[in-house]
Design a protein around this ligand. Structure first.
Ligand SMILES: [Zn+2]
Length: 304
């Protein structure tokens, strides 16, 4: 049975028009920086300033109040106002505090959640790709923050991200496979995930990771949705998959996975109720896939 796509993903809600055609338009960039409608987000090590209070909002500054630094064009909103991100030490703004995606990515409105997600992803790329991979020379920022160019050989580098598959595996009776990573707290469980390797399709990656991690074959691999996960540079691609049989034996590899087990909905509800299992927080696509299987939020689901 084919599942409909996931409807809501915390970090996949951005609404800005990315306006890629304007990134090398120096006249536009200069005039946008003097436009009083323009808004600037300052990011530092994955955090930005958000307002205190129950409904956090990003502290967006007019250009005149923005600190000095590179100006990355993030896009334009429906009114045509431009949004820039400047990587710099966070300024002091009354009534605000620094926060990252894990804290506020799900609480911000669609535009701001997308803006912070995009900004944090770009910041990490710049911070870790300052040199040309061909010759090692320091590279220069181009295209309003979306390209780095080598002055020695002209090679252009574009923001990179690492695709990762994450898959909810069911047996023929609809029981779900949950497991624990060796570094996780003892009560934490989630579905399986892993990075896509070169020369591999997403479906092949799903099958390989499940085989590697718990030793079972899967079939009926169906895509349900994706969300950026710039923590630091992943794109999570979510799937449902099925393995033949009823509660087939699992062989955790102990390297990436421990405590793999099958759960019916009643068993999972009871384990969560008893405090034996903590499910992933709703920020993650893992939680959205589990909720789809479960038929709604789990009891005691962690707040955002
Ligand atoms: Zn070079």
């Amino acid at each position: 049975m084919t599942e409909p796509p996931l409807e809501w993903l915390a970090l996949a809600r951005g609404t800005l028009d990315r306006a890629a055609e304007l990134r090398r338009d120096e006249a536009f960039l200069a005039s946008a920086w003097t436009d009083p409608r323009t808004r600037v987000l300052v990011v530092e090590r994955g955090k930005a300033l958000v307002s205190d209070g129950d409904a956090p909002a990003l502290a967006l500054l007019p250009p005149a109040q923005a600190p000095a630094g590179e100006r990355w064009l993030m896009g334009q909103d429906a009114s045509g106002a431009a949004y820039f991100t400047v990587p710099a030490p966070l300024p002091a703004v009354e009534g605000t505090r620094p926060a990252g995606l894990r804290e506020v990515g799900a609480l911000l409105d669609d535009l701001e959640s997308g803006l912070l997600t995009q900004s944090v992803a770009l910041e990490h790329w710049h911070a870790t790709h300052g040199h040309c991979p061909r010759c090692g020379a320091p590279t220069e920022v181009r295209a309003a923050g979306h390209v780095r160019r080598c002055p020695q050989d002209g090679a252009e580098q574009f923001p990179r991200l690492d695709p990762a598959v994450i898959m909810l595996v069911q047996d023929d009776d609809g029981n779900v496979l949950l497991a624990r990573g060796p570094q996780w707290p003892a009560d934490r469980r989630s579905i399986l995930a892993g990075f896509v390797e070169p020369g591999e399709s997403l479906e092949q990656a799903v099958a390989r990771e499940v085989k590697e991690e718990v030793g079972i074959p899967v079939q009926d691999v169906h895509y349900l949705g994706s969300q950026p996960w710039p923590l630091p540079q992943s794109l999570m691609l979510g799937f449902f998959a099925r393995t033949p049989g009823s509660r087939p034996p699992l062989y955790p590899d102990d390297d990436e996975i421990t405590d793999a087990a099958w759960y019916s909905r009643d068993e999972l509800r009871a384990a969560v109720d008893a405090g034996d299992i903590v499910a992933p927080g709703p920020l993650s696509i893992a939680a959205q896939l589990i909720m789809r299987w479960f038929g709604g939020p789990l009891p005691k689901m962690p707040a955002f």
